[in-house]
Design a binder for this molecule. Structure first.
Ligand code: PGA
Length: 252
């Protein structure tokens, strides 16, 4: 059985104090959520403080990005995965569409970052997803498969234990337009079949595939009802502790 993951991506929204406040408010609200793993992803500067505050709870902390290089690189301005582990992170979001779109990340970059995360012993939340034009031209499937193959290139079966996939159609991110549960299920099925081809059936069956794109308290349940939807990567609705807690507690 795949344990669901509900992850909140706080993007570049919260100052340190706001991030700590949200984490502290969230902690008791999700304390009984044993049905899923709860992850929050604050901005770099808040990671250590947030990780310290949620230590010992069921909340895990994720970074939103990391360097392709390990510590000791001459890489001004970058943050290595081992540094993220050092401040209490267990996860790193890699290849979010905003990074692909605004910072030129390619599948090759995402692949290097994913490997850097795994080598450090952290879990990578690898994001894939098509743009609206790609969906409208009928290429959504091939775009997602290509991203997936490129991002996971060279990973072994053992490496895949540290991989979570997030399917985030770009047209659904921050737009209020959620993919229908059927659209999500269809692409999650494609992703699982593609994982079976690349890494075998066992890996495909064990890998959590999250949906992201305008997930809210009122649509989480119908998404989670889909057999291949194993959780959510939540942006806007994760910024408020109460609304994120409602999503985490979709089952309760
Ligand atoms: P959204 O963002 O929930 O605000 O659409 C999701 C994401 O970008 O991960």
């Amino acid at each position: 059985m795949r344990k669901p993951v509900i992850a909140g991506n706080w993007k570049m929204y919260k100052l340190l104090g706001e991030a700590v406040d949200t984490a502290l408010t969230l902690k008791p609200l999700v304390a009984n959520a044993n049905h899923c793993e709860v992850v929050i992803a604050p901005v770099f500067t808040a990671l250590k403080s947030v990780a310290d505050r949620v230590e010992g709870s069921n909340i895990r902390v994720s970074a939103q990005n990391c360097s392709t290089e390990a510590k000791h690189g001459a890489q001004t301005g970058e943050v290595a995965a081992d540094m993220l582990r050092d401040v209490g992170c267990s996860h790193v979001i890699v290849g979010h569409s905003e990074r692909r779109q605004f910072y030129g990340e390619t599948d090759a970059t995402v692949n290097l970052k994913t490997k850097a995360v795994i080598q450090t012993g952290l879990t990578a939340i690898v994001c894939v997803g098509e743009k609206l034009s790609e969906r409208e031209s009928g290429n959504a499937e091939s775009v997602v498969k290509t991203q997936l193959k490129g991002s996971l290139d060279g990973l072994t079966v053992a490496d895949m234990e540290r991989i979570i996939i997030a399917y985030e159609p770009v047209w659904a991110i921050g737009t209020g337009k959620t993919a229908t549960p059927e659209q999500a299920q269809e692409m999650h099925g494609v992703i699982r079949r593609s994982l079976a081809e690349s890494h075998g059936r066992d890996v495909a069956e064990a890998t959590r595939v999250l949906y992201g794109g305008s997930v809210k308290p009122d649509n989480i349940r119908s998404l989670m009802d889909q057999p291949d939807v194993d959780g959510a990567l939540v942006g806007g609705a994760s910024l408020d502790a109460e609304s994120f807690a409602q999503i985490v507690n979709y089952k309760v």
